[in-house]
Design a protein around this ligand. Sequence first.
Ligand code: AMP
Length: 289
Amino acid sequence: MRIARSFSELRTLLPRPGSCPLWLVPTMGALHDGHGALIDQAKSEGGFVAVSIFVNPLQFAPGEDLDRYPRTEAEDLAFLDKRGADLVFLPSPGEMVPKSARIRISSGRIGTIYCGASRPGHFDGVLTIVLKLFHLFSPDVALFGEKDRQQLFLIQEMVRDLALPIRVLGLPTIREPDGLAMSSRNRYLSPKERDTAAHFPELMGEAARLWAEHSGHPSKDPLSIPGWLSEALVRAGFRVDYVALADRQTFLPITGGPAPDQAYLLAAVFVGSTRLIDNLELSAERPGV
Ligand code: AMP
């Protein structure tokens, strides 16, 4: 596995442009099987699989967990080697975000709602660094997880709006046996908090079943489900950041009118000081889980 730590090293270690398909998996490290699934998918398609590890300071607001975000380089390198990655890029913060850099990508309206409402500037920071990685690698395909549904939507919008010649693929969320979405932040949870956290996917799943049950029922309103879920989450011991329904095409909030057959259910909660996110695809026909 090739290891690049600077832009110039990366240039010498990437395959010659056009010589084989280049797959890029951007990450912030502290790798787990959710990341692993993205790498496995890229591997299974053949081509050259590159993984970047960069804890992006632009996507953390002041007071967030930038300083304590897990950095596990030795374990990550062993993980990637075992998984068969061809190249790992570990740029320095100084080169990725020079002090003089003032230009930011604007994520627009969708970047200011849901996770963007409680994390102002977060998605501008994400898109700025993802675009920079796209320039550095010129990948044919970039892989992202559906776990970060809003991020995936915004990256797809950026690629479309800026006509970037890159295919963006979203892959399903990988979960722990009890349903909790795998996340680098899960390691912050104490054993007691981890027990509470298991109720998050459980209640999301229950909400998805209710959506199917309410849809088409003359006296039940599917749009009441975020309210139901918020209350159930509070009762289970979470502090709720937001629960929302988003349109599958526009990603705008669904707050009134006839409920569509399909939607995204999006939620963010705190367990102690740890913030967890999850989302499900809702369908009137079948439960989301
Ligand atoms: P992160 O290191 O958390 O920034 O994540 C890097 C990439 O892995 C992003 O595209 C995430 O959406 C994706 N990812 C993180 N957790 C999961 C998971 N549990 N299942 C699938 N993809 C994931």
